[in-house]
Design a protein around this ligand. Structure first.
Ligand code: ADP
Ligand code: ZN
Length: 368
């Protein structure tokens, strides 16, 4: 179906955000009531007919039925494959299970995958799509705020191994992204909150007006906020889709210290967005010291994070040494050169090598 002309009369029409990555581009649809349209929208870009809906036990129970129904109505033959909820599902073992279930359901290279869940499912199902029969298309249907504003866009997929997080993966862009903001209503509050960390990251690196939007979380228009965040991420991905030029690195703002904190907390203590909130504050402090970011701007970011109910202080029992040790274990730091993303002012960010380990230690100390 051609949606370019006269389609505004379609009551379900939502203006897509176009994501460009290298030679390919795809639509991200954002709005309410979209779960019921997944089949119809997918039929515009993929043929199938066989497909696998990969979900975790929670998202399968909540949203498996409407998505399966919508796909069947559009003429597809879907099979629901469910994995246990949580980061623990991002393993080679689960990847094998998912791919076996797909083979059993007689999916082949003409088939496709639908990822129905948060970042964990997006990564696992996206990676399954990247390797099944040497690569089949996938549709991302992100169900967490974090996945809608960040991880469903840009094509990064991965599983964890004993040696590290996201160690095996592929860049495999989806054929379509469908973000139904209605599903955010069932998200546990802590899961919803952590999504605001990536929104605040996008605010700092690209659009300070978003800081005012998150200042009143209860009044948020999620469709508008998710759309703006997808536009921001898409603009960065378009400049550097394979993460080769260092441009995509700006999306790592707050993530160097943030990853150190996640690791120091054994990946159990903090949700990703919680660790990133502290990482963003640390990066703002480094930026005050090294990039001309003002104390008033840092305060504004602090207030946004705190206003969203995200952490602004490191718990006493998480030692600074554990965090700096985790940073030092990072390959980027081994060679003695620290490549760190700073913000010179709200709405801008760039990589620099002017940051020292002492700057990082001082910034971490300020999180107490
Ligand atoms: P992310 O990496 O995006 O934070 P996960 O995939 O780890 O998300 O999901 C976090 C948790 O929230 C999981 O237990 C998952 O089953 C659950 N979940 C995901 N989406 C929803 C939703 N819309 N409603 C309720 N629970 C959800
Ligand atoms: Zn992140």
């Amino acid at each position: 179906m051609n949606r370019s002309a006269g389609m505004s009369s379609d009551p379900g029409f939502v203006k897509p955000v176009i994501v460009r990555a290298g030679d390919i581009s795809y639509e991200a649809l954002i709005g309410a009531g979209l779960l019921q349209r997944v089949g119809h929208e997918t039929a515009r870009v993929l043929r199938g007919p066989r497909c696998a809906v990969i979900a975790d036990a929670n998202t399968a129970g909540l949203y498996g039925e409407p998505v399966m129904h919508s796909l069947k109505e559009a003429g597809f033959a879907p099979t629901l494959v469910s994995v246990p909820p949580g980061e623990g599902a991002k393993t080679l073992e689960q990847l094998g299970r998912v791919c076996d279930a797909m083979s059993e359901a007689r999916l082949d290279r003409t088939s496709f995958v639908v990822a129905l869940g948060g970042g964990v499912i997006g990564d696992l199902a996206g990676f399954a799509a990247a390797v099944f029969h040497r690569g089949v298309p996938h549709v991302q249907v992100p169900t967490t705020l974090l996945a809608q504003v960040d991880s469903s866009i840009g094509g990064k997929t991965a599983v964890n191994t004993a040696a590290g997080k996201n160690l095996l993966g592929a860049v495999h862009q989806p054929a379509l992204v469908v973000s139904d903001v209605d599903v955010l209503r069932t998200l546990p509050p802590r899961e919803l909150r952590q999504g605001f960390a990536e929104i605040i990251k996008h605010a700092v690196i690209a659009d300070p007006a978003l800081l005012d939007v998150v200042a009143t979380p209860a009044a948020i228009d999620f469709a508008a906020v998710v759309r703006r965040n997808v536009e921001i991420k898409a603009a960065v991905v378009a400049r550097d889709d394979r993460d080769l030029l260092g441009q995509r690195a700006v999306l790592n703002f707050g993530h160097t210290i943030g990853h150190g904190i996640e690791r120091a907390g054994d990946y159990r203590r903090f949700l990703h967005g919680e660790a990133i909130s502290l990482g963003i504050l640390g990066a703002c402090e480094v930026s005050v010291r090294r990039a001309g970011f003002t104390e008033a701007e840092r305060r504004k970011v602090f207030d946004a994070i705190s206003g969203c109910g995200l952490p602004t202080r490191l718990p006493a029992d998480v030692s600074s040494d554990a965090i700096t040790a985790a940073l030092a274990a990072d390959k980027k730091f081994e060679r003695g050169e620290i490549r760190f993303v700073v913000t010179p002012r709200l709405g801008a960010a760039h990589l620099t090598d002017a940051v020292t380990m002492d700057d990082l230690s001082a910034a971490i100390a300020k999180l107490r």
